[in-house]
Design a protein around this ligand. Structure first.
Ligand SMILES: *Cc1c(COP(=O)(O)O)cnc(C)c1O
Length: 462
């Protein structure tokens, strides 16, 4: 019997092949979520692995199954065993629930499969990326008409690029990275990756990088190229460094400034909260991560640069992708926009989201989760057996049962994970361990937050 070939997702008939498969996927997503019930599968790693193993075996059968069965089995199992950021009690990490419209756009990106390493693989996506990144760069750098932004896989890649561009901007001597202890771990790791001297870590006992401490570090290392990394939205506590004052110091000492706004960057869209980012546009480079406070499915990172000349070192040539004569003839040259080669059009979902929400819609989402954090902080303060670390700046709230030890608290967090009832993070502050709630779900209600605190109090040893 002649074998039939599986249908493709592209071309005029692709969508008709996709439609019934998507129906199966959507049913599996629904079934899996019902099966799970809570934000996380119950029972911890062993039963999850066993269920997944059963669903995914045989991985590579001699004879295949029909696609509906394969999709239903594996998507149901993955959903049943997922940590679901759309559940209001899934609040550990900067792991956002994606907007449905962004996910739908991402499906189109997969169906068409443009690759942004050459124009002939992605003509329209090339133009869209250029257009949208220019607009986003202008949001960050309103005074710099030529500002640019590169699309990255997230904050880590954006930080790596920022450190690379700083290295290339100081050709005579490798720059030294100065960063607060509150900075993301990807920054000192980028210094290591790029062969820079070990980064200088400045203690941040308050959770923010204090200007006096940066000044002392700048004085210690005066006379060599320096890169200062500040944070607008720390991963642990959602704090924002005093950006304007740090930028003053960088200017005074001739240091380059990178601001990691992976988390806090979207405050720019909120007239209510934008003031927290004063000074952001004084950085040479800025990291933004729209798969956090931007409600995108992974991946949706950006690195913005004020001066487009900073990007020159990324210029790269591979004859099959950007031959000189093709570039001279007017074909856009894309290799200098990334260190990756094959690259998804992650900008499509971002473009669709920005157009759908508009400034007002984005501001409303940002303000909603910001308000939730204040609500949660007030609920905690009202409970005598819970301590609040500090009033929140972003949508992260640190709290702990008043009389629990760090050991109790760590165990409590794992108990909730194992039960599958709540996903809370952990962070160290003031020498103690705290529970961390990172609120990124705009649909979460005050009742959900009350229920979350009830869960915590209900599991606290007395
Ligand atoms: C999340 C985060 C990163 C890393 O981003 P990824 O998208 O996970 O690579 C970098 N910096 C900060 C401040 C973050 O919160």
């Amino acid at each position: 019997m002649p074998r039939t070939l599986p249908p493709l997702s592209g071309g005029p008939h692709g969508p008709e092949a996709l439609r019934p498969l998507l129906d199966t996927v959507l049913t599996a997503l629904t079934d899996g979520a019902h099966h799970r019930k809570g934000p996380l599968p119950a029972g911890g790693p062993a039963p999850v692995a066993a269920a997944l193993h059963a669903a995914a075996t045989p991985v590579l059968p001699d004879t295949g199954t029909d696609p509906h069965t394969a999709l239903a089995t594996l998507v149901t199992a993955l959903t049943a065993g997922a940590a679901d950021p759309a559940h209001p009690h899934c609040a550990a990490h900067l792991h956002c629930p994606p907007l449905a419209v962004a996910t739908a756009a991402d499906l189109a990106a997969s169906a068409l499969n443009p690759s942004l390493d050459s124009w002939d693989q992605a003509p329209a996506a090339t133009a869209l990326e250029e257009h949208v990144t220019h607009t986003l760069a202008a949001e960050i750098y309103p005074q710099a008409v030529a500002a640019q932004a590169l699309v990255t896989t997230g904050g880590t890649e954006a930080n790596q690029l920022a450190v690379l561009l700083a290295r290339e901007a100081a050709p005579d001597r490798a720059p030294l990275l100065l960063h607060g202890a509150n900075a993301h771990h990807s920054l000192p790791r980028a210094a290591w990756l790029l062969g820079l001297p070990p980064a200088h870590r400045i203690p941040t006992p308050t959770g923010r990088l204090h200007p006096a401490d940066l000044r002392a570090a700048l004085e210690t290392h005066r006379g060599r190229p320096l890169l200062v990394a500040a944070t607008a939205g720390t991963t642990d506590a959602g704090l924002i460094d005093p950006l304007d004052e740090l930028a003053d110091l960088c200017e005074e000492f001739g240091a380059r400034l990178h601001i990691d706004a992976a988390y806090g960057g979207p405050l720019l869209f909120s007239p209510t909260h934008r003031h927290h980012l004063t000074g952001l546009d004084r950085a040479h480079t800025v990291t933004l991560d729209l798969h956090k406070l931007g409600w995108q499915p992974v991946a949706a990172g950006l690195l913005a640069t004020r001066d487009p000349h900073d990007l020159t070192p990324l210029t790269h040539q591979a004859d099959y992708l950007n031959a000189d004569d093709d570039t001279d003839a007017g074909l856009p040259d894309l290799l200098g926009r990334s260190l990756r080669t094959t690259r998804r059009p992650d900008i499509l979902k971002v473009a669709v989201t920005l157009r759908t929400l508009g400034r007002e819609g984005l501001a409303h989402l940002v303000d909603t989760v910001q308000d939730q954090a204040r609500t949660l902080a007030a609920l905690i303060t009202a409970r005598p057996h819970l301590d609040l670390w500090a009033p929140p700046t972003l949508s992260t709230v640190l709290f702990r049962p008043a009389h629990a030890t760090d050991h109790d608290l760590a165990r409590l967090r794992r108990t909730l994970l194992t039960e599958g009832t709540a996903v809370l993070g952990r962070a160290r502050a003031d020498g103690r361990l705290w529970l961390k709630a990172t609120l990124l779900n705009p649909h979460t209600t005050p009742q959900d937050l009350t229920a979350l605190l009830d869960l915590v109090e209900g599991h606290t040893p007395r």
